[in-house]
Design a protein around this ligand. Structure first.
Ligand SMILES: NC(=O)C1=CN([C@@H]2O[C@H](COP(=O)(O)OP(=O)(O)OC[C@H]3O[C@@H](n4cnc5c(N)ncnc54)[C@H](OP(=O)(O)O)[C@@H]3O)[C@@H](O)[C@H]2O)C=CC1
Ligand SMILES: O=C(O)C1=N[C@H](C(=O)O)C[C@H](O)C1
Length: 237
């Protein structure tokens, strides 16, 4: 059997980070060698070494970083992956144009996967939205996203990605965002004209769907040469 893929989890104390650590602990083909968050309490939790963001340079060797943090933490983990020649899987949303350009540049040196949404269902929804927009010229296109009250960025990364797909199909999407309670993530794409309406909806029931997608993608990404990859390409091609 191949050695387990060595993973650095960045944003380990967060909602996504906790799901990643829990799922990874039950997988034989991955080993979390470092868990990084902004500030660290316990140094070792369930056998996994924890590091503060300021200690990134002192983390052990890893094959791939899986980053679900915040835009202010993103540059450091991207730079670390480039310096170490490690792959980068990131789901952090709200990145600036400069951060997106830096990701493109990094892909010249390391394998990179950034995805606004790691669920398989949203990947399919994305394709449906482009097809619907292409087939429905002149229809109004509205994207409504709902998330938990703690989410900072709006519109969500997923809404913007769905909007880009709608635009490729010729639509001009409008966005609305709701922040309420503990909603994991819901995206509604509505196409409307006089007398009729189509609604395409995805509802996330838990965060494991994102964490599972990110971990499976990470296992596959480490075998690839430097470049920019997509979730569907890694999971299904
Ligand atoms: N692509 C996808 O499928 C998904 C993407 N997301 C995105 O993932 C990101 C994280 O979401 P969520 O887990 O809910 O967020 P949380 O706020 O729960 O967690 C954020 C994590 O990032 C850490 N962090 C914050 N600032 C820094 C920094 N400067 N350096 C290093 N680490 C830092 C926090 O550490 P500390 O606790 O010490 O502050 C914490 O561990 C968001 O951008 C969200 O939109 C979320 C779900 C799915
Ligand atoms: O912050 C979240 O929670 C989520 N963020 C992602 C986004 O911005 O689209 C993905 C998912 O909807 C959950």
């Amino acid at each position: 059997m191949d050695k387990p893929v060595r993973i650095l989890v960045h944003g380990a104390s967060g909602r996504m980070g906790q799901a990643l650590l829990r799922l990874a602990s039950g997988m034989k083909d991955v080993s979390v060698v470092a868990a990084v968050q902004r500030s660290v309490g316990q140094r070792v939790v369930d056998g996994t070494p924890h590091f503060a963001a300021s200690e990134l340079a002192g983390t052990p060797a890893f094959d791939v970083a899986v980053d679900f943090s915040l835009p202010e933490g993103f540059d450091a983990v991207r730079a670390l992956c480039e310096a170490r020649g490690a792959a980068l899987v990131s789901g952090t949303t709200g990145l600036s144009d400069a951060q997106r350009a830096a990701l493109d540049a990094a892909a010249g040196r390391i394998p990179v996967l950034w995805q606004a949404n790691f669920s398989v269902g949203v990947a399919v929804l994305d394709e449906l939205v482009e097809r619907a927009a292409t087939a429905l010229p002149g229809w109004d296109c509205d994207i409504v996203e709902s998330h938990h009250a703690h989410k900072r960025d709006a519109p969500s990364g997923t809404a913007l990605a769905l909007g880009a797909s709608a635009s490729r199909g010729g639509a001009t999407p409008r966005y609305a965002s709701l922040r309420a309670g503990d909603i994991v993530g819901e995206h509604l794409v509505q196409f409307a004209t006089m007398g009729e309406r189509i609604e395409l909806v995805h509802r996330a029931g838990n965060r494991d769907i994102f964490a599972q997608g990110a971990l499976q993608a990470a296992i596959r990404l480490v075998r690839r040469p430097p470049g920019r990859y997509g979730l569907r390409q890694l999971l299904f091609d």
